[in-house]
Design a protein around this ligand. Structure first.
Ligand code: ZN
Length: 248
């Protein structure tokens, strides 16, 4: 091979590496129990708490004034995987109002109760991983727009709501993890699987055991499960809906 041919071959090899097609990403169809672990290539969890996490933005101050508390301020060992701040959610992109992934807020009584659940679970070698907590009202509107635009209006019947208890800071989406490894326990479906398979009691064996363990652990501290979604829990009385963005 002449030097010129060799040079052309090198250029072709470098070009093909640079243009490797990205792995297919179907965030609308997180079907298998493992789907949540192999999303769309974005970092899976929040980065470790850094110097920035403790710093308050203007909107963090507004949330605290409205009576919300950062979950990790009360329970630092709770894992966060705030999907709506990333593209690893059913819309395939970050939602309006989510600016910084590591942020999760709840009304103070709910945040305190969640910290108590985390303490209770420690005895079993388990902990919590939060997928979503307080959700700005604009993010809920964004979900509804997505459903209409993509022909998924049927999800507006029970799965996607224009007004959500998440907007009040008293609903939380979460799962159980092994405390030592941070690995999620098997709940049978990925988070935000909008199908009857996600109904809490629609399972058997170890999956049903795990879902019920989460229900009991949360109920012991005043959280009530939404029967159509094993991950969704609500706490306390109705409160004001908020539209303060998260970490912006
Ligand atoms: Zn929820």
């Amino acid at each position: 091979m002449t030097a010129r041919l060799l040079l052309l071959a090198c250029i072709a090899a470098i070009w093909s590496l640079a243009h490797e097609p990205a792995a297919a990403c179907h965030p609308e169809e997180p079907d298998s129990p493992e789907a949540g672990h192999h999303g769309c290539g974005a970092p899976k969890e929040e980065p470790p708490p850094g110097p920035g996490e403790g710093a308050s933005t203007r909107t963090d101050t507004a949330l605290e004034r409205a009576g919300l508390r950062r979950i990790r301020a009360l329970a630092p060992s709770v894992h966060l995987d705030i999907r709506y701040a990333t593209r690893r959610n059913f819309t395939g992109r970050p939602l309006d109002g989510y600016c910084r992934p590591p942020y999760a807020y709840l009304l103070r009584p709910a945040a305190r109760s969640l910290a108590a659940v985390q303490r209770d679970l420690r005895k079993r070698g388990l902990g919590l991983k939060v997928f979503d907590a307080y959700r700005p009202a604009r993010a809920s509107r964004d979900m509804v727009r997505w459903a209409r635009r993509t022909g998924n209006e049927h999800l507006l019947n029970g799965y996607i709501a224009a007004r959500s208890r998440h907007n009040e800071g008293r609903a939380v989406d979460l799962t159980l993890v092994r405390l030592a490894s941070g690995r999620e326990v098997n709940m049978g479906t990925a988070y935000d699987t909008f199908s009857p398979r996600a109904s809490t009691e629609n399972a058997h064996g170890s999956v049903l055991h795990n879902r019920r363990l989460l229900v009991r652990s949360m109920a012991a501290r005043g959280f009530e499960n939404y029967p159509r979604e094993w991950w969704h829990y609500e706490h306390g009385r109705p409160a004001r809906r908020l539209d303060v963005p998260l970490g912006c």
